[in-house]
Design a binder for this molecule. Structure first.
Ligand SMILES: [Zn+2]
Length: 325
């Protein structure tokens, strides 16, 4: 067996952390644990280390066969400095942590940090829905509206590692609704899991609901109420689909994409979301060359773990994992 085949992967999501042993051909072993709201990252590190060591033991994989530790972060990251740019309501200490040092001291391995949507796109490119696509945007409908893009086979990153990653903070509304990012009328303040409770309190939706004072905090319950025919839930879900559709079209226009990959838990909250989004995007995107291909993500939470194999030189890595011709 050749050495340096495996990556130790950690994915930090809005409400969970997943650890995995990853090979270019797939995720060998993984374990997900829930993470409480307001959790810090430093106290979580010993648990993450313990799980990774357990997984390695279970899969009979030695540290000498691993070439690095990747971390998918649910926020903006500076990949040049391996630091988190800013934080949301979770992992508030992440900006001040030297994770490179932690990784070196704990595992004796190099460390690479990357944004979760970007890694999900890379993973889908390696072995999922974006395989073979050279001009593609990824939408991750999780806690927020995560985005990433590949243009002509190259991952879009930019000088500050922020290009393509801030689709959730495009201005979509001229209403002065302030977002945590400082911008007004962001995609995420108009349609996201973290913003849903506040959005559902608007009179335009609440006044239509059958139940007085009805609010929603996640898309699963909104999707269910919508399927049951509640007019307020239907109007709110349609509003969110329009926001996501318009934001996706902006990404298509910005990055010249012909393919869209839709991932994240909220996509599955209602059977009407993906067909309605696809219809909106295909009807309204200005793409004189033809019709945008909208595909559901195939790899789920494994996507960002698999994407980590592109961050390191594994023994069996191919020169261009994205599949540029
Ligand atoms: Zn914002």
């Amino acid at each position: 067996m050749s050495k340096l085949q495996y990556i130790l992967g950690i994915e930090l999501g809005g409400g969970h952390a997943t650890c995995g042993i990853v090979h270019r051909t797939g995720v060998v072993a993984s374990k997900t644990i829930p993470v409480a709201s307001g959790a810090l990252l430093r106290p979580l590190l010993p648990s993450l280390e313990g799980i990774l060591r357990q997984l390695m033991l279970g899969a009979s994989i030695d540290m000498s066969q691993c070439c690095g530790v990747g971390l998918a972060f649910c926020g903006l990251v500076d990949t040049r400095r391996n630091r988190v740019w800013c934080i949301g309501e979770k992992y508030n200490d992440a900006m001040n942590l030297n994770l490179e040092l932690w990784c070196q001291e704990t595992f004796g391995l190099p460390f690479q940090l990357e944004n979760d949507a970007r890694l999900a796109l890379l993973g889908e490119s390696v072995g999922g829905a974006a395989k073979g696509a050279n001009d593609v945007v990824m939408i991750l409908l999780g806690t927020g509206f995560g985005t990433a893009a590949i243009m002509e086979g190259e991952l879009v990153k930019g000088r500050y590692s922020l290009a393509g990653a801030r689709g959730g903070h495009f201005s979509i509304s001229l209403e002065p609704t302030k977002c945590f990012c400082g911008n007004l009328g962001c995609v995420e303040t108009e349609a996201s899991t973290w913003g849903l409770n506040e959005i559902s309190r608007r009179s335009e939706f609440m006044s239509l609901s059958r139940k007085a004072g009805q609010t929603y905090s996640d898309f699963r319950s909104l999707g269910k109420a919508s399927e049951e025919g509640d007019p307020g839930a239907i109007a709110l879900l349609e509003h969110c689909i329009r926001v996501w559709g318009a934001a996706t079209i902006t990404l298509i226009h910005a990055y010249d994409a012909d393919t869209v990959i839709m991932g994240g838990g909220a996509v599955k909250a209602s059977p009407r979301i993906l067909p309605s989004l696809t219809q909106y995007i295909q009807r309204h995107a200005w793409t004189p060359w033809g019709i945008v291909d909208v595909r559901p993500a195939l790899l789920g939470e494994n996507a960002s773990l698999l994407g980590m194999t592109t961050l390191f030189e594994t023994a069996d890595a191919v020169p261009n994992p994205i599949g540029r011709t």
